[in-house]
Design a protein around this ligand. Structure first.
Ligand SMILES: Cc1ncc(C[n+]2csc(CCOP(=O)(O)OP(=O)(O)O)c2C)c(N)n1
Ligand SMILES: [Mg+2]
Length: 792
């Protein structure tokens, strides 16, 4: 053979190997789906949702997913994860079994349903990893289309890295913004507003976002015709299409069984996205679901026999197999051997995952049974019951950790504090601790950058520190912050050109550039998505919700995605986004909200800062920037024009989280509050002082974390009377504080009178000054409540 012929043969061999490798991955993935379903039906796993029918586009796509790239998608992408070496088949089964050992399920430590993979973004020291050298898979979540805001943000970060000069040195985070965000979504999920908001924003922003719609024609049982205008997302999107001289997205249509066609398209299209930052949508049609939607239910109930027949004929695996044979890349026999081998392999992965999952539980069962039996011998009156307990536990063919705990607990109840049960009790407690670490850790970062380790440091003033408006304090602070910390970005509605509606950033866009301080469209959910994506890529975004009343538009993204991120990845991923907003008190139904209960109940996983003024806010920003957790900062809407002294050490002083401050001392009653309400409380305290009643006012400063050292209890021990006051609805923020102090701190033991809450009315605040007075708590109400308590 001459040299050219040899090279041709080599490249043909390479090509064939590559194709067969893809086919093998697809077959293994299919086998995992088939076997996974069986594991659920036999009771070893609880629920399964699989990627069968979506294998071929995913092996094609994985070829172009490069180190540095990001993925944000949904539960159908196991094949993509296998092909990109994000997850192994063994890990896939470990997650299916909900194995809480992070070395078995490194994606979620058994916390997530199957096929919700995640790669680490931070290391054990809490430092961001060299994301540019890794394929980054951001943790999925079940709510349909919930990945869209984050996907936008991940792609947007590439734009920021490519355009912002001061970010150039961070070469471990980005290679000049050449990273693409691969986003996947089901056809039916494109009906969600999230999809349209994100697509529109991507078209405006021009960011390297590649959206793949896996179109199998159904969202569970509901067909495409009920979901999408014209029954086709690519048709419906025509107006978004990029044309010469416009922005927008490229739109491609491709058949999901056409391996060769997809390889060709994805190669050129992804290259174009990477190099031009023009986003694109790939409408991948004619996909199937061989086993139906999930393990709950069968698709025979809603698909016609014709449709089921069509799905069998157009199964991607079958089509790829035919194509391989037609192109003489392998024989029918070779493929049959490969398929048999895949079956065998996958079975082995499954067995290994199951053994690993079971082994520690088996050990617990044996130890528990032995301990129970040993006390049975000594507690003759309960011996029979204890023996039965041990036998039942050991007879359980698929025991869970909870079965062990249940048996131990029952044995302890039977033993009734008998000293013979000492060891049993010790073991029970050690397992409680172990399970707590497995199931209840990582709500926020509890590693080396734990925010609670940030000590407070004093604010300093010069002898000639000027008295200026609150917003001017923030403005000075942000100016210094942006000059000192290149990773900080700020954006939102009206944040760029005018520097936010209250001028915190006034003049700063001109100084630091529109790459760092900028306006966005009116789209709260994807503003948060931008923030989440930027934060996951190692930056420190401050993303604005213009008024807290509009947080509702973003609450799903913040709650489902941001707040659960550290928990659902067992601390491997975080997005230290600071959500900046303003609220509590101004005018009317939609500019006076103080929905703290909503925030407290839906955003566990964020810190909730409620500074009484802008100087305190600055100290909290400094603290938050030292940690790794997301947070929400609620500035007082009516505080921007109040005069405050300008600190001399704006960038240095820190307000520690979870530490209330006594802002007025008094002997007779403690009033606990925060934010704007404190000014009402102060007013009431002045009145009460005149009649000889001393009010101690405690500013909680942060609602999450809440009074970690029980300072409020100290105050209550002194006054023996307490009121919790805020502007939320009854039972909201004030109810939360009440519960914390009464139950958690045991405050009820120190009361002389019944404790109470003073809140706004249940309705929205009416407009104008009288509307405010009669809707929100006022000083007279507080004075009356205190006078009444003093007379009790
Ligand atoms: C917000 C929300 N609503 C409903 C569901 C329940 N649900 C789970 S998957 C699904 C259908 C999604 O269909 P599609 O987007 O086409 O993806 P496919 O499963 O077909 O790949 C529904 C309704 C959910 N997870 N989240
Ligand atoms: Mg579908």
């Amino acid at each position: 053979m001459n040299e050219t012929a040899t090279l041709d043969q080599l490249s043909f061999d390479n090509f064939r190997d590559e194709v067969l490798k893809d086919y093998r991955t697809a077959c293994e993935s299919r086998e995992a789906s088939l076997l996974g379903r069986k594991e659920v039906l036999t009771g070893k796993a609880k629920f399964g949702i699989f990627g069968d029918g979506k294998e071929i586009p995913q092996v094609a796509l994985a070829k172009f997913f490069k180190p540095g790239d990001f993925y944000a998608g949904y539960y159908r992408d196991q094949t993509f994860a296998f092909a990109s070496r994000i997850a192994t088949l063994e890990e896939f089964f470990s997650q299916l079994y909900a194995d809480p050992d992070i070395s078995h399920d490194p994606h979620s430590a058994g916390r997530q349903m199957n096929s919700h993979f995640a790669t680490p973004l931070i290391d054990e020291h809490g430092e961001f990893l060299d994301l540019v050298n890794r394929k980054n898979y951001t943790a999925g979540l079940a709510p349909t289309a919930a990945q869209m805001p984050r996907a936008l943000g991940l792609a947007f970060a590439s734009k920021v890295f490519s355009e912002v000069e001061v970010l150039r040195p961070f070469s471990s985070l980005s290679n000049h913004g050449s990273e693409v965000c691969f986003c996947t979504i089901g056809d039916a999920s494109t009906s969600e507003g999230h999809f349209w908001e994100a697509v529109n924003a991507a078209g405006v922003l021009q960011v390297p976002l590649a959206i793949f719609v896996w179109d199998d024609g159904y969202g569970i049982s509901v067909p495409r015709s009920f979901q999408t205008t014209k029954g086709s997302v690519s048709e419906a999107m025509k107006g978004f299409q990029k044309k010469e001289g416009t922005n927008g997205l490229d739109i491609y249509k491709v058949k999901g069984w056409d391996y060769a066609g997809m390889c060709e398209l994805f190669e050129t299209a992804i290259h174009r996205i990477r190099t031009t930052h023009i986003p694109a949508i790939f409408h991948v049609e004619e996909l199937t679901q061989p086993q139906g939607h999930s393990t709950s239910g069968s698709h025979e109930r809603y698909k016609s026999p014709d449709r089921l027949q069509w799905e069998r004929e157009w199964d991607g695996l079958k089509k790829m197999r035919e194509w391989i044979i037609d192109n003489a890349l392998a024989s029918d026999e070779e493929l049959s051997d490969l398929e048999a081998d895949c079956k065998e392999q996958v079975r082995e992965y499954r067995n290994r995952a199951w053994e690993k999952y079971e082994a520690p539980i088996r050990a617990q069962v044996e130890r528990t049974a032995a301990l129970i039996r040993s006390i049975a011998g000594q507690l003759s009156h309960e011996a029979e019951k204890l023996e039965t307990l041990a036998n039942e536990l050991q007879g359980n063919r698929e025991p869970n950790r909870r079965d062990v705990m249940h048996a131990l607990h029952q044995a302890l109840v039977l033993a009734r504090k008998n000293p013979e049960a000492f060891e049993l009790e010790q073991y029970y407690h050690s397992l409680q601790d172990e399970n707590k670490a497995l199931y209840n850790s990582h709500l926020v970062h509890d590693g080396p950058k734990n925010i609670l380790s940030v000590q407070g440091s004093q604010v300093k003033y010069d002898h000639d520190s000027p008295l200026i408006n609150g917003y001017e304090v923030l403005n000075q602070y942000f100016d210094e912050l942006f000059s000192q910390n290149p990773k900080v970005l700020a954006f939102g509605e009206d944040v760029g050109q005018i520097g936010d509606v209250n001028q915190g950033f006034a003049g700063l866009q001109a100084k630091y550039g529109p790459g760092r301080i900028f306006d966005t469209g009116i789209r709260e959910m994807t503003i948060m998505g931008q923030g989440i994506g930027l934060a996951m890529r190692g930056l420190r975004p401050i993303a604005e919700i213009q008024y807290i009343d509009y947080l509702l538009y973003a609450i799903q993204t913040l709650s489902d995605d941001l707040a659960s991120l550290q928990y659902r990845t067992a601390g491997k991923q975080t997005a230290p986004l600071i959500v900046r907003t303003r609220g509590h008190r101004l005018e009317g139904i939609w500019h006076s909200g103080s929905p703290m209960g909503m925030i407290l109940h839906s955003l566990r996983g964020l810190h909730v800062c409620v500074p009484r003024n802008m100087v305190q806010a600055v100290g909290m920003y400094n603290t938050l920037l030292m940690g790794l957790d997301p947070a929400i900062m609620i500035e007082c809407l009516n505080g921007y024009r109040l005069k405050e002294k300008l600190p001399a050490n704006l960038l240095e002083y820190t307000v520690p989280l979870g530490i209330p401050e006594v802002i007025r001392e008094g002997e007779d009653i403690t009033i606990v509050s925060y934010g704007s309400t404190l000014r009402i409380v102060q007013e009431a305290a002045d009145v009460l002082e005149e009649v000889g009643i001393g009010v101690e006012i405690v500013d909680v400063q942060t609602l999450l974390p809440f009074d970690i050292h029980h300072k409020i209890l100290e105050s209550l021990k002194k006054t023996n009377n307490i009121i919790f006051a805020d502007e939320d609805v009854p039972g909201g923020g004030a109810g939360f504080m009440f519960n914390k102090v009464m139950e958690e701190q045991g405050g009820y033991r120190w009361l002389d009178t019944a404790p109470r809450t003073i809140t706004a009315q249940a309705h929205r605040p009416a407009y104008a000054s009288d509307g405010d007075y009669f809707s929100k708590p006022n000083a007279e109400q507080i004075v009356d409540a205190v006078l009444q308590m003093m007379s009790e």
